[in-house]
Design a protein. Structure first.
Ligand code: SAM
Length: 231
């Protein structure tokens, strides 16, 4: 067993900050992430056969989390942010060793770059292992999880005319599905569960080199207000 964990790859994603990253993979399928293999693993032999696989597991480090206190219980957003469960009953980023795992779809392989969709990874996330998804074994037929029985109900996402036009222009410049990514990520409602609804409050996040702002005119409705290049 290695003495310390080796970074075998790094993820390049649109997410420049943790806010508004979906809370699990597969919730924003338009998100494209490039997995760049790092030396000495950046050889085609290392991924030979991967073209036969539709999905992979990424094991990674939550490098964007500061110090990880030795906490045994956490407050998952899924439970409203005020109920606690054991850290090992959760997918919290605050955990011993700070290891995360996500199943993502392999879109294509270019040399030693693996392009995947639907990932929930911060830009620059160190990947410590990549494994093929094995459908007959990785989806137990009677699996249940009553803490998170189904994906959360998505919000409706509306756009101002100006924001939509700007998003489409930026999509052409970046060659990325900017409008779909923003819509899918904001539909997940990134607000902390404890925050009360305030229709006046404006939220913002950086995606790629863009600042995106939005508000909630009604509790379950997003209005995207602007998409502008960062200074
Ligand atoms: N699917 C993984 C798992 O179950 O281990 C991650 C679940 S965790 C609840 C997802 C959140 O982790 C994202 O919404 C984002 O805020 C955060 N995140 C993603 N990449 C991160 C990183 N490299 N460092 C810190 N936080 C990260």
């Amino acid at each position: 067993m290695p003495q310390s964990l080796i970074h075998v790859a790094v993820a390049h994603s649109p997410f420049r900050e943790k806010f508004a990253i979906p809370r699990q993979p597969g919730l924003a399928t338009a998100v494209r992430t490039r997995i760049e293999l790092l030396p000495p693993y950046n050889k085609e032999e290392a991924i030979e056969g991967l073209e036969q696989v539709s999905h992979i597991w990424l094991l990674f480090l939550f490098h964007g989390v500061g110090s990880c206190p030795d906490t045994l219980r956490v407050r998952p957003p899924r439970l409203g942010g005020n109920e606690r469960i054991g850290v090992f009953a959760s997918r919290s980023t605050h955990r011993p060793n700070g290891i995360g795992q996500s199943v993502v779809r392999v879109e294509r392989i270019e040399g030693t770059d693996i392009w995947v969709s639907g990932a929930d990874l911060l830009d620059g996330t160190p990947i410590i292992d990549i494994k093929p998804y094995v459908p007959y074994s990785d989806v137990p037929p009677h699996a249940i999880n009553t803490i998170a029985p189904a994906a959360p109900e998505p919000c409706d996402v509306n756009w101002t005319e100006e924001a939509l036009q700007a998003s489409q222009q930026q999509a052409a410049r970046l060659s990325e599905p900017v409008t779909e990514v923003i819509s899918q990520c904001l539909a997940q409602d990134p607000r902390p569960a404890y925050q009360s609804h305030d229709p006046q409050r404006e939220y913002g996040v950086r995606l790629w080199d863009l600042n995106v702002t939005w508000c909630y005119p009604q509790p379950q409705t997003v209005l995207v207000r602007s998409v502008t290049p960062c200074d």
